[in-house]
Design a protein around this ligand. Structure first.
Ligand code: DGJ
Length: 724
């Protein structure tokens, strides 16, 4: 049971496994006390013994604050570490002096205005709202903390209200700040680049600053809005792990500051680079939600918390818990070169193979025959599709397939009617060049008129034809960022206002079209984050569909995201991004670790390969619930090793599927054993591919033999079904 115990000046948030505790100092400042395994006691006096401080008046004790672990530090009273809230007041002052005012506990989690946020089911969470004030500025800071029953995660956010008579300029607003008592941790970030997203990077903490960020306008492939701190001996199955994830799709920062006294300050929130927010009297600012996960069962333990959070408290709508259609996308098969006949032929072959939905990608609108034009002009190209979008949708449906369509609504091509009519509708700064990327500019979604245009453009196509699915793409970084609608003193608000505008459009469109399955995409995985997941239950994980690289990308992605959110497709070999050949079976085995589909013209397969493909699709169909919604467990990491392995286990542990990929073949190699996890020790499982019956204990203690075939990128799949 999630509960919040408030006693004297102590706040204890806990569920059956985890506790998070902070208290107020004598002068009303929030001090961090504990975050870890559940404590039965309230732990009221213990931290005071530990710190031996002159407890009652921290603020006026010379530099004493620097030694105190805090919950939401500010500048000006002796703590010279980075603040969670930094601002400049009308008189130029930068000090902020927060003092406790009051608190309230909610049984139902309140939403965050204008932002995606985790939600609860009746009674399965508790939320604490605790209010502090700076009397001089008239500023109120409300910190929100939610503890859930079913996952060991604390959701945090902050709301700043200007109740004073003068404007303040907010310069840094963290969603969460936690001071850890020691710095004997290693930092994990998900870092990378386009087509190499979410590579796991792990290094020991060093004195000073470290972390991750994005100032690219999107949450980015370079650094996900996530970091974890783990002990040196933490591995996939054992050891402590602390996760920090932000439910946001724009600029973000994750920071650890190791100070000379050996504490580690961890912060996560909006990136303060190029950011400033003018908060006038009566106005409020809400920081995005941070999700802080704890586990002492290793990285898999931490991931299990996030996976549960995403499944139960993030994804919404008709498809949140439903099966997703196996799709066939034409992008890698045709790029822009298609017409209706070609599309129907590709779709027909997909149907014969057993696929369930055809998705028409980029190139169906304006005069877009390459990526140089037409974004913004969302009118069907009748030269390519003479029967219009409804004609094509009807023909695809007549084949017995669902129909999906690609959009890139946030963009405008300089060569478009939209740009010619509204040259000021894109992000730009006065008298500066408009930097193009992929021959396109970013629409200024901080503007209400632009948001209205985008919403109506998408809605009118969705209303014009029977469209079952939308791929919502976004293919460039934002630079330079500025808005023609905002006054000079508000220009640095543009990037965040953009996200608020986008979230508003997504909220309205997903409500208006509740039966449409939305998949987000941003040059592959440039915006793979919890924010987009709130509106769209799955995201295209990477433009790199090479099975070898996908093994790494999906492994990294799984640190936070369950496989039900990960768009993963089988594609042509040699792969068009890296030129690598990999066996068809391996491409299937890797794509099975996500929302399954194909990204190729199946007509290129010979009869043997086509028969194999039909059988593969049959297999995935037969196990689709297990594959999509089973508990994902990482077994062997491909980072720095030559074999990757993972498994999915049914929630009742009656079934499991195990996959292993050998990245590089080695002569005269030992036969590897793969020890499984998450099974029931006393149960007997039939391992179909080995024609053997083994107990859960044998499978977890001794393991499965990995007898790979010769060649790089060979793979194995094992299907375990228990007889009870
Ligand atoms: C980037 C996406 O990730 C691809 O899948 C494809 O939709 C292209 N954009 C189309 O321009």
């Amino acid at each position: 049971m999630a509960e919040i115990i408030v006693q004297d000046k102590l706040f204890h948030l806990r569920n059956a496994r985890m506790s998070y505790i902070f208290r107020l100092t004598g002068d009303g400042l929030p001090a961090h006390v504990y975050w870890g395994a559940r404590l039965e006691s309230l732990m009221s006096p213990l931290d005071r013994l530990y710190f031996e401080s002159r407890e009652e008046d921290y603020r006026h004790n010379t530099m004493e604050l620097e030694k105190l672990p805090q919950e939401y530090p500010t500048y000006g009273h002796g703590d010279l570490r980075r603040g969670a809230l930094e601002l400049t007041a009308a008189d130029g002052g930068t000090a902020v002096d927060l003092v406790y005012q009051k608190h309230q506990v909610y049984d139902k989690k309140p939403p965050l205005e204008g932002l995606p946020a985790t939600f609860d089911q009746a009674g399965d969470s508790r939320t604490l709202a605790i209010e502090y004030a700076d009397q001089l500025l008239g500023l109120k800071v409300v910190l929100l903390y939610t503890v859930f029953d079913d996952c060991d995660i604390i959701a945090r956010s902050a709301r700043i209200v200007n109740g004073g008579s003068q404007a303040v300029s907010l310069e840094r607003i963290m969603s969460a700040s936690v001071d850890l008592y020691d710095a004997d941790w290693e930092l994990i970030t998900l870092s990378g680049a386009w087509a190499r997203e979410r590579m796991i990077d792990r290094r020991p903490l060093a004195p000073g600053f470290q972390g991750a960020d994005s100032a690219r306008g999107d949450s980015s492939a370079q650094n996900s809005p996530f970091m974890a701190l783990v002990r040196k001996d933490t591995n996939e199955f054992a050891g402590e792990a602390l996760g920090f994830a932000l439910m946001y799709s724009g600029n973000h920062t994750e920071m650890v500051q190791v100070c000379l006294n050996g504490m580690a300050r961890c912060q996560i929130g909006l990136n303060d680079a190029h950011f400033r927010w003018l908060l006038k009297p009566g106005e409020a600012f809400v920081a995005p939600e941070a999700l802080l996960a704890w586990s002492d069962a290793g990285l898999n333990g931490m991931s299990a918390q996030y996976h549960q959070l995403v499944r139960a408290h993030v994804v919404r709508g008709r498809y949140a818990h439903a099966q997703r259609p196996f799709l066939l996308n034409n992008w890698e098969a045709t790029t822009f070169n298609f017409d209706e006949e070609k599309i129907l032929n590709i779709a027909r072959r997909g149907k014969e193979a057993g696929l369930e939905m055809f998705v028409l990608d980029d190139g169906w609108f304006g005069h877009r025959d390459d990526d140089h034009s037409s974004l913004g002009d969302w009118q069907v190209n009748l030269r390519k599709l003479p029967h219009g979008m409804n004609g094509l949708a009807d023909r695809i449906h007549a084949l017995g397939l669902k129909f999906g369509l690609w959009f890139e609504p946030e963009m405008v091509s300089p060569d478009s009617d939209l740009y010619r009519a509204h040259p000021d509708w894109c992000l730009h700064q006065p008298n500066r060049a408009r930097t193009e990327q992929r021959w396109q500019l970013t629409l200024d979604m901080s503007r209400a008129d632009v948001c209205e245009y985008v919403e109506n453009a998408v809605a009118s196509i969705l209303e014009s034809a029977a469209i079952d699915y939308v791929k919502w793409d976004m293919n460039r970084d934002m630079s330079p960022v500025g808005s023609a609608m905002l006054p000079p003193e508000r220009q640095a608000e543009t990037a965040h206002r953009y996200m608020l505008g986008l979230y508003g459009v997504l909220e309205r469109l997903t409500r208006r079209f509740p039966d449409v399955l939305f998949e987000s995409c941003a040059s592959g995985g440039n915006r793979f984050d919890l924010g987009m997941m709130y509106y769209m239950p799955q995201a295209w994980c990477s433009d790199n569909t090479d099975a070898g690289t996908r093994t790494l990308i999906q492994y990294g992605t799984s640190l936070v995201f369950p496989q039900s959110t990960v768009g993963a497709h089988v594609s042509h070999a040699p792969n068009w991004q890296v030129g690598r050949m990999s066996p068809l079976r391996t491409r299937v085995n890797v794509a099975m670790w996500g929302t399954f589909g194909y990204e190729m013209d199946l007509a290129e397969l010979d009869d043997r390969q086509f028969a194999e493909t039909r059988a593969d699709i049959e297999y995935v169909k037969a196990h689709r619930d297990l594959l999509l919604y089973g508990n994902g467990i990482r077994l062997l990491s491909p980072f720095g090793h030559d074999t990757a392995a993972w498994m999915v286990v049914a929630p009742d542990r009656a079934e499991a599927i195990v996959t292993a990929v050998r990245l590089s073949a080695r002569a005269n190699a030992r036969r590897q054993r793969l020890r499984l996890a998450g099974l029931e020790p006393g149960r007997t499982y039939r391992v179909e591919e080995l024609d053997a019956d083994l107990t859960g204990q044998e499978l977890m203690r001794f393991g499965l033999p990995l007898g790979f075939e010769r060649g790089d990128y060979a793979s194995l799949r094992f299907t375990l079904i228990s007889h009870k």
